[in-house]
Design a protein around this ligand. Structure first.
Ligand SMILES: Nc1ncnc2c1ncn2[C@@H]1O[C@H](COP(=O)(O)OP(=O)(O)OP(=O)(O)O)[C@@H](O)[C@H]1O
Ligand SMILES: Nc1ccn([C@H]2C[C@H](O)[C@@H](COP(=O)(O)O)O2)c(=O)n1
Length: 243
């Protein structure tokens, strides 16, 4: 088993940063939410403006799923999936300006977004041993970074419950389907339903990303545009009490 390595340093502070706190202070921002709520795009942009690293934990679940499929692992065999995940040599960029994820040296950055991975990923994400392994690696990556924005489904609750600022980013099902449709371009209504609603239903059997636990701010982006959502995140970070 190989621990995840940070392949790139965090990006520097970008223009348009509305947050004024001390860039030297340690900062962990945790963002969870359902599919299509805007977690990845909003968290990445917030990280850029905060001069922080960015961790896309969904990409890690996707990459190990690709690995299982590539190795011919039977996704219905829980022990085999857990073993494959434990043995996966995964490296992920935490630079918000560089999207890169590799398994055993193979760059899977683009492949993991393909429908065959999206439709298989829940089988791995609902495997509790696989989750434990990825949570361990995610905590290690977060611990190595002085400033980081991490997003996924269980970051506010399991991976980093002690983060300085924890946000549940939501949006109505209609808004999420519309956004994903625009993003994918040409996807059928059935494919969108599978990739957004059905995947969330499976994933929510092992993680809670629909209701905010104590101390977690709910940010409903249904009626906000992208920039307004980023600004709302930065405001919550700015107002978060610091140790
Ligand atoms: N507030 C917003 N208004 C309009 N579009 C948005 C907003 N936030 C994000 N988007 C767009 O919605 C699409 C989906 O966002 P994104 O991929 O970040 O969602 P996600 O929550 O990470 O989904 P998943 O968990 O399935 O990867 C992207 O094209 C993104 O640019
Ligand atoms: N912390 C996380 C992150 C992601 N997942 C699962 C849920 C999704 O089906 C899959 C891919 O995530 P996405 O790229 O769509 O955000 O990984 C999870 O269970 N926990």
């Amino acid at each position: 088993m190989t621990a995840p390595e940070e392949t790139q340093a965090a990006g520097g502070s970008a223009s348009g940063n509305t947050a004024s706190h001390n860039a030297q202070e340690r900062l962990v921002v945790a963002i969870d939410g359902p599919s299509g709520s805007g977690k990845s795009s909003v968290a990445k942009e917030a990280a850029r403006r905060l001069g922080a690293a960015y961790l896309d934990t969904g990409a890690m679940y996707r990459a190990v799923t690709w690995h299982c499929l590539d190795a011919g692992t039977d996704l219905t065999d829980a022990d085999a999936v857990a073993r494959a995940v434990r043995e996966a040599d995964l490296s992920i960029s935490t630079d918000p300006g560089l999207e890169r994820i590799a398994i055993h040296g193979t760059d899977v950055t683009t492949t993991i977004r393909e429908p065959f991975v999206s439709e298989a990923v829940s089988a791995v994400a609902t495997n509790l041993e696989a989750r434990a392994e990825l949570v361990r690696r995610q905590r290690a990556i977060i611990g190595e970074q002085p400033r980081i924005v991490a997003e996924g489904r269980d970051i506010t609750t399991v991976v980093a419950p002690d983060a300085h600022c924890r946000i549940l980013l939501t949006a109505s099902e209609e808004a999420r389907m519309r956004r994903r449709g625009l993003q994918l371009g040409g996807a059928t209504a059935e494919a969108l339903q599978r990739q957004v609603v059905e995947r969330d239903a499976k994933d929510s059997t092992v993680t809670n990303f629909t209701t905010a636990t104590d101390g977690v701010h709910t940010l409903d982006s249904s009626d906000l545009d992208f920039e307004q959502t980023v600004q709302a995140v930065l405001t919550l970070v700015e107002r978060a009490p610091r140790a």
